[in-house]
Design a binder for this molecule. Structure first.
Ligand code: ARG
Length: 566
């Protein structure tokens, strides 16, 4: 599609001989004063004139162009009003060409890895994992839409001393618990019980440590038990992924990367980076501005969390030749990733692989009841939250539309969408309080509001049998302010998705969708879509068809599905 800003640049280039025109043109945020503006004070030095005089002179010099409705010189700025019919025409023609793919980019020959969700086996998949899962999934869709070769990775936590405890609990009470039937609940009960016992009895704790050591040494019993726990846990995790519509391209446990520890130690040694500290091998990171050194090998010979992340970097650089590698986890892991990325610089990898590493951190969810702890057994399972939201959604929909078919399917889309959308509505780093009733409201900045807008559009389109054609559009009928606000938003769709990727912030799309829904709502209040004037009617129908499609595409990028009726 034509780029209007670029066209304004070209126009100015005809009369100006400076380089940075494009960067200086910006969109005008307030309505009514035009669409794009160019500041003339940047020319004052060269022209030795006041900006307002320059602006006035330039205005006279610019030749009339079909895409510009008018130009104004205001306080030293040149304000451009885009021709309404022109913009509407290029937007509609682009839509007609690309249909559902409107806004999508072709293959950009870049690979991005997105590591997200990554719960720990045997532990509950709780509300604390919601953000990484939902943000990561949205980023995955966004990059894919922009033409990246996108790889979604689930880095399962299948390693660590807590497994030594689970193994001990299984040895002691394995026959008392039915982990096949109800894996995470039963394993959690065992975990709580063994923790209590460890506090009372040192020797039990010692046994747990020993189990972990056996696991590391490749002991068959311990390893096959862990494999079983991992498989059973995944069955439960997959139920949540199904509800959220998530699939991963790669699911690998952290334990996969233990085998790289020796390679890592070797390069670091070679690069004079390895220090001994009370028997442990560490890398000092003062030079990199990080006060805490990174442990690579503990004094008992074990790897740590960071070692395995370094191993994963070695593996992924070889396997995927990535351009970007994003890690979506909470901000409490900031130091960890700083350390890992700093040490990665000394592994003799191609610089591209180091520059591509990025920690996408986010704030926490707070429950009204306070902090969660698996160790004590108080946590809220993500699956339960989603099911509760679906049930609540069902009640609300039943009341509004008692005769709706497939109510369960709709309730799922509304209930899950509400939770996902609210998670993605603010900048990542903000802490959030979890409030289902607010999320499920049909008014305000919520998912049901957007879904309802979509459903209303659909219902109008279904009345005309969906036969809405570009050929029947009369651009003269689409020049009112409310319509043009919508057109401008549709024109911007690809820029919005690109910005969301650039900043790794899905909220840029959520806010856009609310804006678009609001713009549609204002349009709808003012204008009758099924007007008696046939030209007006056909033109407006085409407009709302495009709006509906963008709402759907944008929501899908966030991981939200649209009901056709509700
Ligand atoms: N399993 C970890 C947890 O639940 C998250 C893993 C994050 N990814 C990583 N590469 N360290 O906290």
């Amino acid at each position: 599609m034509e780029n209007i800003k670029k066209k304004i640049e070209e126009t100015l280039k005809e009369i100006l001989d400076i380089d940075n025109i494009f960067e200086n043109i910006s969109e005008i945020k307030e309505e009514k004063k035009g669409d794009y503006t160019f500041p003339c004070f940047i020319l004052s030095k060269t022209y030795k004139k006041a900006p307002n005089i320059i602006a006035a002179e330039l205005k006279e010099k610019i030749e009339k162009k079909d895409f510009i409705e008018k130009i104004e010189s205001v306080n030293g700025y040149l304000n451009f009003y885009v021709d309404k019919k022109y913009l509407t025409k290029i937007v509609f023609e682009e839509y007609d060409k690309k249909k559902e793919d409107y806004g999508k980019n072709n293959n950009c020959n870049k690979t991005v890895l997105i590591e997200y969700s990554s719960p720990n086996i045997s532990k509950p998949f709780h509300i604390g994992h919601l953000r990484t899962t939902v943000i990561g999934h949205a980023l995955y869709n966004i990059y894919k839409f922009l033409g990246y070769n996108t790889i979604g990775i689930n880095h399962l936590g299948d390693y660590g001393t807590h497994l030594g405890k689970i193994i001990e609990a299984y040895k002691l009470w394995g026959n008392e618990y039915n982990i096949e039937e109800n894996p995470i609940d039963e394993l959690t009960k065992m975990y709580v019980r063994i923790n209590k016992l460890c506090e009372e009895d040192e020797t039990v704790l010692e046994n747990c440590r020993n189990n972990f050591k056996l696991l590391e040494e490749g002991d068959e019993y311990c390893n096959s038990l862990c494999k079983k726990i991992s498989d059973l846990s995944l069955i439960e995790f997959n139920r949540v992924y199904d509800l959220l519509g998530i699939k991963f391209d790669s699911i690998k446990g952290e334990s996969t990367y233990v085998k790289y520890m020796n390679d890592i130690l070797k390069v670091l040694e070679k690069n004079n980076k390895l220090l001994n500290s009370e028997g442990a091998k560490i890398v000092d990171l003062e030079e990199d501005g990080i006060k805490t050194p990174c442990i690579i090998q503990k004094n008992n010979g074990s790897s740590i969390y960071a070692t395995r992340d370094l191993g994963a970097i070695l593996y992924r650089s070889k396997t995927y030749d990535y351009d970007k590698s994003l890690y979506v986890t909470g901000y409490e892991q900031e130091l960890h990733f700083k350390q890992v990325f700093a040490v990665a610089k000394y592994l003799d990898l191609n610089e591209k692989y180091i520059n591509g590493l990025e920690h996408i951190s986010y704030g926490m969810y707070r429950l009204k009841e306070g902090k969660m702890s698996t160790r004590k057994g108080n946590f809220v399972k993500l699956e339960d939250i989603l099911i509760e939201s679906i049930n609540k959604a069902k009640e609300i929909i039943k009341e509004k539309n008692p005769n709706l078919e497939n109510i369960d399917e709709v309730a799922k889309k509304v209930g899950v969408g509400a939770v996902v959308f609210s998670d993605l509505y603010n900048s990542r780093i903000k802490d959030e309080v979890f409030d289902l009733d607010e999320m499920l409201s049909f008014q305000g900045e919520t998912c049901p509001y957007i879904q309802y807008m979509y459903v209303r559009i659909n219902s109008i389109l279904s009345k005309v049998d969906n036969k809405v054609l570009l050929n029947n559009v009369s651009y003269d009928k689409l020049t009112d302010e409310e319509t043009f606000n919508i057109i401008k938003l549709i024109y911007k769709f690809n820029d919005i998705v690109s910005l969301a990727a650039e900043k790794n912030e899905p909220y840029i799309i959520s806010r856009y969708l609310i804006k678009l829904s609001n713009a549609y709502s204002s349009f709808y209040t003012k204008n009758k879509v099924l007007s008696d004037d046939i030209e007006e009617r056909n033109s407006r129908l085409y407009l709302i068809k495009v709006v509906g499609n963008i709402i759907k595409t944008g929501s899908n990028l966030l991981g939200i599905e649209m009901p056709e009726k509700m």
